[in-house]
Design a protein around this ligand. Structure first.
Ligand code: GMT
Length: 380
């Protein structure tokens, strides 16, 4: 099939899923057209394929526009790409504003042909931004108008139905992992570089937005090191809370045990995961928790909060431990227990790997999208 994909190109889960999906579909012989204001990060990191093409959405700026109308420019580009490359459908990741642009493009193309669009809901497009009165009616409209809608967890499906009172079908298609790529490949040199004094490694990966509660990572490390003094926290990613987290680390006297390594490409993330002793994900809200799945695929036990779709990914007591939001004491205790017990870490790690492969491997998930595309493209 010829498929257009729009996602946010910046770091963040929905952009990663959109980009990875395109690359996986290309491997299966589909022609993929990414349509956005910049190439998705995974492509910019060097991943590509002959069947993948990028269409840049350019926006004229004009003094009258305080904010350039991206929704409209995106609709124009979708329409153009659909016409020039005879796209069978377009797949929008994150409802706002993408599903509305796709709706406009479908209307614009109508006199020549019907251009179906699929919307995948990822999280805050429903639970935070989409439920705000300023966006709720238009988000509901985008969901209702989509030819097919998917959610990345059961939790998000329920949240969508409750928030928008829509009566349409919404299919859960879980996020997926390339379990061949995300496989533990320990490297002593990397471990020594990260933790030169043989410290145990606690890893956190996120966009450092307030919803990720990265201060809790610092609090957990401080509690662990008060008892054990030999853990290092690796903070992978970047975002608005970084500065405050650095300051908190200094206030708690653990700045020497925290490394802020910035945003990293996939290969580097796999390197970190391959030497990590555990992954910490203390989010306030998380519809899925892609970094937890990446960790499990690399046999890293996960300590996370029992929120949103996380319990659908992390088996509490099996592949990790789940706590209430803000329970830094509980998370620190569990971290200590795991850091001191390598057998338990290994047991949880291999159980996580088993779940990642059995439930979330791309070979299991991508065909679900292909089936959905077949259905959506035959819908008119
Ligand atoms: O919803 C967001 O905050 C944005 C989105 C992103 O682009 O990072 O994250 C969501 O989508 C990811 C991929 O499907 C999920 O792994 C995240 O759990 C989800 N974030 C939230 O629900 C907060």
């Amino acid at each position: 099939m010829k498929i257009g994909i729009t996602c946010y190109p910046s770091y963040g889960g929905s952009g990663i899923v959109g980009a990875e999906l395109g690359l996986e579909l290309a491997k299966r012989g589909h022609s993929i057209h990414f349509i956005s204001y910049a190439p998705p990060m995974r492509l910019a990191d060097g991943a590509t394929h002959d069947l993948v093409r990028f269409h840049e959405v350019k926006m004229l700026t004009y003094p009258l526009f305080e904010y350039p109308p991206y929704t409209l420019a995106l609709a124009s580009m979708i329409c153009e790409a659909a016409r020039d490359y005879a796209l069978d459908l377009v797949h929008m990741h994150y409802a706002i504003p993408h599903s509305v642009s796709a709706y406009l493009a479908r209307e614009m193309c109508k006199c020549n042909r019907y251009l179906p669009f699929v919307t995948t809901l990822h999280g805050t497009d429903i639970t935070l931004v989409g439920r705000d009165p300023s966006y709720l009616p238009i988000t509901r409209f985008g969901i209702e108008q989509s030819d097919a809608v998917t959610c990345i967890s059961e939790y998000l499906r329920r949240a969508t139905l409750e928030t928008f009172h829509v009566s349409r079908d919404i299919e859960v298609i879980y996020n997926f992992i390339d379990s061949e790529f995300y496989r533990r490949q320990p490297n002593d040199a990397v471990r020594r570089e990260i933790a030169p004094n043989g410290e145990r490694i606690i890893l956190h990966i996120s966009t450092f937005r307030p919803i990720k509660r990265i201060m809790d990572c610092i609090e957990v490390l401080a509690r662990v090191n008060r008892k054990n003094a030999s853990a290092r926290l690796v903070m992978c990613g970047d975002g608005p809370e970084r500065r405050e987290a650095e300051q908190l680390a200094a206030r708690l006297g653990v700045e020497g045990n925290v490394s802020f390594v910035g945003q990293q490409p996939q290969l580097k993330i796999r390197e970190y995961l391959s030497v990590a002793d555990l992954l910490l994900l203390p989010s306030e809200s998380e519809s899925f928790g892609l970094s937890a799945l990446e960790a499990m695929s690399c046999e890293v036990p996960v300590i996370a909060t029992r929120v949103g779709g996380v319990p659908e990914v992390v088996d509490d007591g099996g592949s990790g431990r789940l706590f209430e939001v803000g329970d830094v004491d509980g998370m620190a205790e569990a971290a200590l227990e795991l850091l001191e017990d390598s057998d338990k870490r290994q047991r949880m790690g291999s159980h996580g790997r088993h779940i990642a492969v059995a439930k979330f491997a791309s070979e299991k998930i991508i065909p679900q999208y292909e089936k959905l595309y077949e259905k959506a493209s035959g819908s008119r």
